[in-house]
Design a protein around this ligand. Structure first.
Ligand SMILES: [Zn+2]
Length: 237
């Protein structure tokens, strides 16, 4: 194989490797993003459940207080009726004191209930808000995850085509270059890379000046002395 054909072949291999790497990275990125969205959704759900529990707890407490108020109010009524028929002044005094203390208890219970009802309003709106946040995020995140899953499936299909193409081109390489490229591909994402301003885009080391010029000319095969990757110039085809 003449050197020019070999260089052209390597240029094509570099392009395919770059496409393959890009697709693989995008698939990985999609998977990571999808995982993050799931974690975030789990947090929303935990928050919503906590807010709902707190709201229920407050409701139970308020109901308990309201029952107690009803009970105390009934006792009060009973005692107030009793005091009407009494003539014994000591009994009247005792009952009056009891009535006063029941009234005080009723006041305290009512104050407590009012405070709690205010808090409960807040807890209730927090629970509603939290639930709605969780649902909204859930719907958005499901749509994103589905779109990413479709994207990844397409990309995966694309990587198969690229790999087939790559196999075909590798098969066209002379045996020694084929062995070298295959060996490099076992450990590295790319066996053939471009350079930019004399820098190998595989390992980011500078090429010796003379080699950089040879790569630019695009007529002979050049390998990076640092990482041993094949170096080609993008515009040469
Ligand atoms: Zn290199």
């Amino acid at each position: 194989m003449d050197p020019q054909t070999l260089v052209n072949l390597l240029v094509e291999i570099a392009e395919l490797e770059e496409l393959l790497l890009g697709a693989t990275q995008k698939i990985k990125h999609n998977a990571e993003l999808s995982f993050t969205l799931e974690e975030l959704q789990a947090e929303y759900e935990v928050d919503a459940a906590k807010a709902a529990r707190e709201n229920e707890g407050a409701e139970v407490t308020v109901r308990g207080l309201e029952n107690e108020i009803r009970q105390v109010a009934e006792w009060l009524k009973v005692k107030e009726n009793q005091v009407v028929g009494l003539t014994d002044s000591r009994q009247v005094l005792a009952l009056t004191q009891e009535i006063r203390s029941l009234k005080q208890r009723l006041d305290r219970l009512e104050d407590k209930t009012i405070d709690l009802l205010d808090q409960q309003d807040e807890l209730k709106s927090e629970a509603v808000e939290s639930r709605s946040d969780s649902l909204t995020h859930g719907a958005g995140s499901r749509a994103k995850q589905e779109a990413m899953a479709r994207d990844s499936a397409d990309l995966f299909q694309k990587t198969k085509y690229i790999q087939n193409d790559l196999e075909r081109l590798l098969g066209m390489l002379p045996p020694s270059e084929n062995r070298a490229v295959t060996r490099l591909r076992q450990n590295l994402d790319q066996a053939v890379v471009n350079h930019k301003d004399g820098v190998c885009l595989g390992c980011f080391n500078h090429l010796p000046q003379q080699q950089a010029i040879v790569v630019e000319q695009g007529r002979t095969v050049v390998r990076c002395p640092s990482c041993m990757r094949f170096i080609v110039h993008r515009s040469w085809r």
